[in-house]
Design a protein around this ligand. Structure first.
Ligand code: SF4
Length: 128
């Protein structure tokens, strides 16, 4: 499994833990959490760091819109401590990713950005 797929999986688990506890759902997410997860998946897909991405918490870009960023913080705060028991391997991998230092995309050369993402991301990418 590649890094982005693993991050998608980790995010899905965390949103599920949060939604079940706060919105009393069972097998499916509520509309609000499903919308958040869709948004997070698009952000991951467009991440300028590609496979070398840091954790979003340690990212110098913070591409999330403020509303979704606040939602992400609430989800991480609640689900983070609960992940270790339920999904230890994903949690350890996420911890290791958290030790990765990331340069701001402006510090990368065009060639480095192309190598990471297969395209030349612009700052406008982060507003979508
Ligand atoms: S740019 Fe930063 S905040 Fe956005 S998905 Fe990539 S690592 Fe996460």
């Amino acid at each position: 499994m590649n890094h982005i797929d693993r991050e998608n999986q980790t995010m899905g688990k965390m949103v599920g833990i949060y939604c079940r506890a706060h919105h009393h759902t069972k097998d499916e997410l509520c509309d609000d959490c499903a919308q958040f997860l869709d948004y997070a998946e698009v952000r991951l897909e467009k991440c300028p760091y590609g496979e070398d991405k840091p954790t979003c918490a340690n990212c110098p870009v913070h591409c999330y819109k403020p509303h979704f960023r606040a939602q992400a913080k609430a989800i991480m705060r609640f689900s983070g401590p609960r992940m270790l028991l339920r999904h230890p391997l994903l949690t350890i991998a996420h911890y290791m990713d958290g030790r990765r230092r990331a340069l701001h995309p402006r510090e990368l050369t065009r060639e480095q950005r192309l190598e990471k993402t297969g395209r030349f991301p612009t700052l406008g990418d982060h507003d979508r």
